[in-house]
Ligand binder design. Sequence first.
Ligand code: FES
Ligand SMILES: [Fe+2]
Length: 394
Amino acid sequence: MLAPRFFDQVRRPALEAETLPAACYSDPAFFETEKKEIFHKVWNFIGHDDQVKAPGDYMAFELVGIPVIVARGRDGKVRAFANTCRHRGCRVITGSGNSRAFKCGYHGWVYGLDGKLQGAPQMEHSHGFDKADYGLFPIRLEQWGRFMYVNFRADAPLLATQLGALVGTLASYNFDDMVLVRRREVEVGCNWKIYLENVMEPYHTPHVHATTLAMKNEDEGATIMSGNSNLLFGEGGDNAPVKLEFGENHACLVGRHVGSRGLLPGEEPLPPIKSLAGRPRDGSIWSYTYPCTTISCQREGMWYVEIQPLAVDRSKLVLGTCFPKETTERPDFEDKVQGYYRRLDITTAEDLVITEEQQAGVSSPFARAGRVCHLEAVAHAFRNWVADKVQPAA
Ligand code: FES
Ligand SMILES: [Fe+2]
C-alpha cells in the first residue's frame, strides 16, 4: 500500500514540483500496482495491422505478463484472444505466422481464427461438454487508423474516449493510409517510465545527443530539439516554436520549424504527406499517448515507439516507421528511407545508454525525488497521470 500523500510533491505545479519518488522506478511492488491500476485497465497500443496483414496471419505476445493472440480471420477482421487454453490453461501458441487454426500443444484442442473451439479430442465422453462453451476468451481490440489497441476490461470506455482530442490534432496525417515499413525490437534495462520520460523532454538533447540531434539547428535558430533555455517553450501561443498540448491521456509537443526532424543533417527528405493541413504543415508533432507509446509525426511520415514493460527495471522497445502508401511506391523510397532509420537508430542508441545509467542510479538506496525543469513539463504531466491512476487524488 502506498502511504497517503505519497505523491503530494509530484502534484504541485511543475516548477515547484518534485519528480516521482525513486521507488516508482525500482520497487517490484509498485510495478505490480501499475499493472493492476494502469495496464489491466487502459487501451494498450500493440502495433500496426500490417503485422497481421493477410487472413490467417497471427501474432502471439505478452502484454505485462498476459499472453495474447492477435489474428486476422478469413473475414478480414482482426481479433484478440487470451492465449490461454480453455482445457488446462496452457499457452496455446507462440511466435507469429499464418495458420488456419491454433492447436494447443498439450492435449490437442484446436481453436479457429475466430477463437471458437473446433476440436477437442476424446471430450465426447465428458458429460455435458459443449465445444461452444470453451472458445478462447476474447479480448477487446479497436483500431485508430491502422494502429491496434487492446483492452483487458469488458467495461472500459471506447478507445476514442481514451484518445480524446489527439485524434483531431493528428487527423491530417491520415493514419488510415500509413504503411508499416520497418519494425525493430530492442530491449533496454530500465523502467518503462524512465524511457518514456526521456523521450518527453528536450532538456537532455545538448548532452545526450550532442553530436546528433543537437547539431542540426544552427541555421534555424532555437527549435524543439535544441534544448536552449531561451526556447519559447509553451509560451507565445500559436506562434511559439513549440506549443504544448495536454489532454486527459496524452500530451503533445507541437513544433514549428523548417527542415525535417526525422533526419540527421545532410540527408535528403522524402516528400511531405499530401493530406497535411493546419499546424502539421509547419513542423512536427511529438505525441505521447499514455501509458507508454510515443507517436512522432513528421511532415513526410511518422514513427512510433511502443514501450513494453517487462519487469520493474526492464522494457522492450518496438520502433515502428510508417509512411504514406504513395511515398513507399516511389523509386527513391528505399534509398531515402535509410536516412530516417539511421536517425532513429542512432538517437535511440544514445537514449538507451543514458536511461540504463538512470536506472542504475535510481535503484540506489540514496536515490531521492528530484526537481523539474521547465523543459520537462510533459514528463511532469505524465507523472501526475501515473499518480492519479495508482492513487487517485483525495
Ligand atoms: S491444456 Fe490445452 S489441450 Fe490441454
Ligand atoms: Fe533522447
